[in-house]
Design a protein around this ligand. Structure first.
Ligand SMILES: Cc1ccc(Cc2cc(O)c(O)c(C(=O)NC/C=C/[C@H]3O[C@@H](n4cnc5c(N)ncnc54)[C@H](O)[C@@H]3O)c2)cc1
Ligand SMILES: [Mg+2]
Length: 215
């Protein structure tokens, strides 16, 4: 059967990137998505905002919701300090399989734990299963209507504590109106919008950074 778009994206990485070189994997994916086939990676423009926030935060415990092909996983993992722990959740087995290979091609498999499953099932189990107490950074990039319920579940499980930074992709396009209203109106979050564009296009989109201030 015809290869899927993620499989074609992986072929582009294998054809163009240098094994063990994360930047070449990022460049190969961006080139593929800009010149061959668009794909819903955070992309180079929003990706550089993500990079600067990861560098500034230097997080020890990171959670990503929605691995897809692993593009943002590689962007984040390549900047993490030694000893950091990075868990990324992906419930589509085909996407997870591609992401494992993309992460492996970047040589970052030792920095990332890709968990195949749904965020709703796994969030309540992260503490006892991985021994993680709280997350310094959560990158939300999965189904847009899942951002709010998953954030509330992370709060309830005590995985969001004072200082935790939530970084949400696509708050304009496709948009996450209920999530945005929640973090912007809540007295427990200090929220800020980083204006950018939908990956590989001129359409407006952006990232929302929300710092949890404690209960
Ligand atoms: C109208 C319109 C359409 C598309 C766009 C363009 C556009 C631009 C973007 O940057 C986008 O992120 C998106 C977008 O829809 N992203 C959804 C991404 C899902 C991935 O996450 C996985 N997943 C979804 N729910 C869960 C879950 N609970 N637990 C674990 N994994 C989950 C899926 O298996 C996918 O791997 C779309 C713009 C406008
Ligand atoms: Mg996105």
């Amino acid at each position: 059967t015809r290869k899927s778009r993620p499989q074609r994206l992986l072929k582009a990485v294998e054809g163009k990137a240098t094994l063990g070189d994360p930047q070449s994997v990022i460049t190969a994916i961006d080139h593929f998505c800009r010149h061959k086939e668009w794909a819903m990676n955070v992309g180079d423009e929003k990706g550089s905002i993500l990079d600067s926030l990861v560098i500034e935060l230097s997080p020890v415990n990171v959670l990503e919701l929605g691995t897809y092909c692993g593009y943002s996983t590689v962007r984040i993992a390549r900047l993490l300090p030694p000893g950091a722990r990075f868990i990324t959740l992906e419930f589509n087995p085909d996407y997870a399989a591609v992401a494992r290979q993309v992460i492996g091609w970047a040589g970052l498999e030792d920095k990332v734990q890709l968990v195949e499953g749904a965020s709703g099932d796994w969030i309540p189990r992260l503490r006892e299963h991985f021994g993680v107490q709280m997350f310094d950074l959560v990158f939300l990039d999965h189904w847009k209507d899942q951002y709010l319920p998953d954030t509330k579940q992370l709060e309830e499980c005590g995985l969001i504590q004072k200082g935790t930074v939530l970084l949400a992709d696509n708050v304009i396009c496709p948009g996450t109106p209920d999530y945005l209203k929640y973090v912007r109106n809540s007295p427990h979050y200090d929220s800020r919008y980083y204006r950018s564009h939908l990956e590989y296009t001129k359409v407006e989109d952006g990232l929302e950074k929300s710092v949890f201030l404690g209960f």
